[in-house]
Design a protein around this ligand. Sequence first.
Ligand SMILES: [Zn+2]
Length: 341
Amino acid sequence: MGVKKEIEAGKAPGPKMHVTGPYLEGPGTFAVQLHELTGPDDATRTVNYWLDEGIDNFKAYMFITPAELSAAIAVAHKRGAKVTGHLCSIGFRQAAQIGIDDLEHGLMEDTEFLPWKKPDVCPETPDSTESLSKIDVQAGPVREMILDLVQHHVSVTSTLPVYEMFVPGRPTIQQRVLDALSPDARSSFLDNKVWVGDSSVIQKRYKMPVSPWAAAFKKEMEFEYAFAKAGGLLVAGEDPTGIGGVLAGFGDQREVELLVEAGFTPLEAIHIATSNGAQYLGEADRIGTIAPGKQADLVIIKGDPSHKIADIENVETVFKDGIGYDSTKLIESVREQVGRR
Ligand SMILES: [Zn+2]
């Protein structure tokens, strides 16, 4: 909230922000800094508290119980806020039933198809990579899940660049990313990128000679394409998790490129990253597309990403409310800062 306020006061350059509250997490979390909800009443209390503090949406996290999620959604919706989830104890179809608005990351985080999943519990081995690398996306239970999400108007956030980093041999390390990272964050990311492709680590971790990530990554793309083509609202976003190296801005551009690799046309991919997001936020009448009367939030790109999607990286000027910012200068101002502050 502090960063948002600084930007709004004109003290720092930055985007318009929708701020989520701290994760709504259930008992048993691995992240000790998170508050663990003690039940549905606590979920209601927590959501109310953060709405009073000025945040406008929530992310439910891996260990939340169905009763807590249900209570959180009820009070959030009552007050006009949305709830997304990076779930584990709760599968996608169950979450749709409960009334969630969005699911983060896609098929990779849907535990409901793991053979060892027990109801309402996050499996001790939530790593679904191997199992998902073999799943049928076009028919059967996954297809039913897709149709279920569409029917319940649940959107899905694509975060392909975060997964791409786990795929051995993918050429995803860009100099501009390395330049923006602090020395510590840079070396940790590069270390991680080495073990991702190390056959002895793969053997130990997955008990197989070849990493399942390349196949699982393809399945994730297939799922996202099928979901959108079935009428689902696919939106685009990133987070700085995984093995690192996915940065705000650069990662968002990579996301659009990967959507094209997943089968979307460049225009469809751009639409997902712009218009669909505005639609999810309920702000499509002001942002998300270019039209007379809409907010002048634009990027000027050298090239034509509607034909060559990689051109999307060539941003020259960013306009916010009609005021232009020099993209090169902005990026230079955060050299070696990512991971430091
Ligand atoms: Zn997440």
